[in-house]
Design a protein around this ligand. Structure first.
Ligand code: ATP
Ligand code: MG
Length: 392
């Protein structure tokens, strides 16, 4: 039996005049994501997007799996396609839904008739189809308040559709609809989660990572690239910038007081990130910081870091506990990669007693005692770019 996937828009259904732009963006993201699985025709009508597979051998559960990770979708389902004829609708419902209906105890029928020319009204469709299903499946009884299975019949423009399983979508807004931002991506647990959270709000992510060879190994960089690859499932294509940071870190160590190492390092990271962000059209930076998590994430330390930033810095994990961040990391499947052993440049030259309440004036004075500008420029020039795209 012919099946399609119906996709229901999320929040963007509320966007009024911009709705068309959001819809187009979502359609483009979906097409890109499932391209490798076969040929599809995607059309939208009445706040629903139809994914119509054109080949017989397409793995629809893989399609559902992939589309389930695309932001901008409230719900999706596989649906059987029927003629706009009640006889065909009943016959196909019995056949198509037989597995799910023969194991359930209670059900109800829900009908949506957007084609008002269809001769039966919604309550009549529910009543008639409900009666037939009760006859065919003696295990079933009707429960309108809390049914195990809701059989939905949608009578639309060209066809009717039947389905019984609504799958929750990833929510949020289509990636790209909110512009682009630069994620400072370490190999830790928090920053991939931060990137995912902003992508959920429609932000297209680019990523920047700082390496300090020989203090950090190739393996550490590979790990971050693996994280990028994993994030593409949700975030789409990611431009990954890898910045050589060793000389800057050595300069900090040679010229600044030890207690300020980390804060100055973070200020230099932000400086480089916003220069590359400007070149790449990114309007903001994103980090995985959370207030109070470590010495460089106290409010005073964050204030010192922010003082060098000329564009907004989004910290979506800022008010979250580590356990809450881990919960998301597991859900998006980055946790196991993030917990592989590695060295981060942040752990190179870590001060024994970092200042938890640094004064901006002290930090600025310390940083101004050395001219970092040539090294910043050199690091930006020698930054390497790799691009990650949806796999498959
Ligand atoms: P994470 O788990 O994301 O590494 P964290 O709790 O370990 O965070 P820090 O190591 O202090 O915190 O880093 C704070 C933030 O700075 C990170 O969330 C990330 O956004 C950024 N960051 C740290 N190290 C790097 C790096 N090597 N490259 C790019 N960004 C980094
Ligand atoms: Mg870290």
């Amino acid at each position: 039996m012919k099946e399609v996937i119906l996709v229901k828009y999320g929040e963007m259904a509320l966007k009024g005049l911009n709705k068309k732009t959001f819809e187009d963006m979502l359609t483009k993201n979906i097409k890109r994501r499932i391209k490798g699985l076969g040929h599809f025709v995607c059309t939208s009508a009445q706040s629903t997007l139809y994914i119509d597979p054109q080949d017989d051998d397409i793995d629809l559960s893989e399609v559902v799996d992939r589309v389930g990770k695309i932001f901008g979708i409230a719900a999706l389902c596989r649906a059987g396609v029927c003629e706009k004829d009640f006889g065909d609708i009943t016959e196909k419902s019995v056949e198509y839904l037989s597995d799910i209906l023969s194991c359930a105890r209670t059900f109800k029928v829900n009908a949506k008739r957007s084609d008002k020319a269809f001769p039966m009204k919604s309550p009549e469709i529910c009543r008639e189809l409900g009666g037939i299903l009760l006859d065919k499946f003696p295990n079933l009884s009707v429960d309108v308040n809390n049914p195990e299975v809701i059989v939905t019949v949608e009578v639309r423009d060209t066809n009717a559709y039947i389905h019984a399983e609504n799958i929750k979508g990833a929510g949020g807004l289509p990636v790209g609809s909110s512009g682009k931002a630069m994620l400072l991506l370490s190999g830790g647990i928090d920053s991939p989660v931060a990137g995912w959270m902003m992508a959920k709000r429609g932000v297209h992510i680019a990523a920047i990572h700082y390496v300090s060879p020989p203090y950090t190994s190739d393996r550490a960089q590979l790990k971050v690239e693996q994280l990028c690859e994993k994030l593409t499932d949700w975030c789409g294509g990611i431009a990954f910038y890898c910045v050589p940071f060793t000389e800057l870190q050595e300069a900090i160590k040679d010229h600044c007081p030890e207690e300020f190492f980390t804060i100055i390092m973070r200020r230099l990271m932000m400086e480089i990130a916003q220069r590359i962000a400007a070149k790449d059209g990114c309007l903001a930076l994103i980090t995985g910081e959370s207030v109070g998590q470590v010495a460089s994430q106290t409010m005073a330390a964050i204030a010192c870091t922010d003082a060098v930033c000329r564009i907004p810095v989004f910290r979506p994990c800022v008010g979250m506990d580590k356990t809450e961040i881990i919960e998301i990391a597991r859900k998006i499947d980055t946790f196991d990669i993030s917990t592989l052993p590695y060295e981060d440049c942040c752990t190179v030259f870590t001060p024994r007693h970092p200042k938890v309440r640094p004064q901006l004036s002290d930090i600025e004075k310390a940083q101004n005692s050395f001219d970092f500008e040539p090294l910043i420029q050199k690091a930006v020039e020698n930054t390497e770019l790799k691009t990650f795209n949806y796999e498959g």
